[in-house]
Ligand binder design. Structure first.
Ligand code: GLU
Length: 447
């Protein structure tokens, strides 16, 4: 490994020994961009150290009262990772697993995910260790209000624009936006994205991450002279991202045959492909129980308790759940079952070892979340554009723009891999293209 890269990696390890997710995501990236760190200017201006750590981050207490009148105290975080190419931009995650390390890794990934959307957005992430499971709507509202009373002074349409992630959907964004508006006294719709359609949200936003992944996948299939028609797809999770993949795949003639939750997975050989099934999955998610078993009962299909969907032989695997859900043994299963495409929708869904196995195998084509998973934030950026225009595009207009954005991310990734002699390595190509764009902007702006 190039000495400069090795020293940056070692320094981070010493500074943050207890932040495994963050170190994992930065180190994977450093490995990918190595061929492009080929000029002395990067070390002279210490570009890498400035790219791998957040510009600013903070945490705050979020006290709130439950329906019985008992007070709970959670932790809130916001990592303003990079403003090099635009205002900080990224989601909020409400989940008990949220730590400083998790938000830092999300903010890091977000920066490089956002860079190739073609829209001027920097990178950020945030959230809380609050567990929304089993909480009433009123409890969630009170939590969101307390969270925003702390966060509001640090965000805004031109500074930092939060959106959703795990545990934060259109309902939570509504409560957060309502609190923001009340405390600032401004109807500043561009301060948050993922809003409801009646108050400045963009059409397609909820399905955008999943749609984007399928558009990206379509370009990979096309490269192989294939199409999505008739393909079987394994998907994990059952939230917006999974549902977006189901809908767009069904529209293009593909079939999503699995969905999963923390309880296990369901196998539907007919595909999650009808409006009735989409509605059922949406309601199952909204119930707040975080279980997928009810789908099997309702539609009379197999349910595998405690198992992951990667054991089902399919053509394409699309992880849509959470980080490190694909371990070495899952990667081995995917390869043994002859899966030919592995396309990440969720952030860092595979462990370093599992991803290496998949990426280096000639039997499977791989695409990373920073490329294939960027449809959600791309439509968030389109939401910001519509808010600043005080205008709203039609579904077809947004969908068409999203398809164009995903296609140009694919082209940029394939071209960068080609330029550095890496063949068809879309993961390295994407990381390199984003690195080059951000480093150029950083150097141009001086210290
Ligand atoms: N968490 C989402 C993502 O990974 C949302 C980011 C946004 O829309 O700002 O892209």
């Amino acid at each position: 490994m190039n000495e400069y890269i090795a020293s940056v990696s070692e320094r981070l390890g010493k500074l943050y020994p207890n932040e495994p997710e963050y170190l994992q995501s930065v180190r994977a990236w450093l490995e990918m961009i190595e061929p492009a760190v080929d000029k002395p200017v990067y070390e002279r201006l210490d570009v890498l150290s400035r790219m791998v750590e957040p510009e600013r981050m903070f945490s705050f207490l979020v006290p709130w009262q439950d329906d019985e009148g008992k007070t709970h105290t959670n932790h809130g975080y916001r990592v303003q990772f990079s403003s090099t190419i635009g205002p900080y931009k990224g989601g909020l995650r409400f989940h008990p697993s949220v730590t400083a390390s998790v938000v830092k890794f999300l903010g890091f990934e977000q920066t490089y995910k956002n860079a190739l959307t073609g829209l001027p957005i920097g990178g950020a992430a945030g959230g809380s260790d609050f567990d929304p499971r089993g909480r009433s709507a009123r409890e969630v509202m009170r939590f969101c209000q307390s969270f925003m009373f702390n966060l509001y002074r640090y965000i805004g349409a031109d500074t930092d624009v939060p959106a959703g992630d795990i545990g934060v959907g259109v309902r939570e964004i509504g409560y957060l936006y309502g609190a923001y508006k009340r405390v600032t006294g401004r109807a500043e719709s561009g301060a948050l994205t993922g809003k409801g359609l009646t108050y400045g949200g963009s059409k397609i936003r909820q399905d955008a991450a999943g749609f984007g992944t399928v558009y990206f996948l379509a370009r990979m299939l096309e490269h192989q002279g294939e199409s999505i028609e008739g393909k079987k797809i394994a998907v994990s999770g059952f939230g917006n991202m999974s549902l977006g993949v189901c809908r767009k795949a069904a529209e293009l003639g593909g079939k999503v045959v699995t969905l999963s939750g923390p309880d296990g997975y369901v196998f539907d050989p007919e595909g999650v492909a009808t409006q009735e099934k989409f509605d059922f999955v949406r309601d199952m998610r909204a119930s707040g129980l975080d279980k997928v078993a009810a789908y099997a009962e309702k539609f009379g299909v197999e349910y595998h308790a405690g198992k992951k969907p990667w054991e089902v032989p399919v053509d394409i695997a699309i992880p849509c759940a959470t980080e490190n859900e694909i371990q070495t043994e899952d990667a081995v299963l995917l390869l043994a079952n002859g899966v030919r495409y592995y396309v990440e929708a969720a952030n860092m869904p595979a462990t370093a070892e599992a991803l290496k196995l998949l990426r280096l195998s000639p039997k499977i084509l791989t695409a990373g979340a920073k490329a294939a998973g960027s449809g959600g934030v791309a439509v968030s950026a389109l939401e910001m554009v519509q808010n600043s225009l005080r205008y709203s595009w039609s579904r077809q207009e947004v969908d068409e723009k999203l398809r164009g954005i995903m296609s140009s991310i694919y082209d940029a990734s394939a071209a960068a891999a080609e330029e550095y002699g890496l063949g068809y390595d879309l993961i390295a190509g994407n990381d390199i293209a984003a690195f080059k764009k951000i480093s150029e902007a950083m150097i141009a702006q001086g210290l």
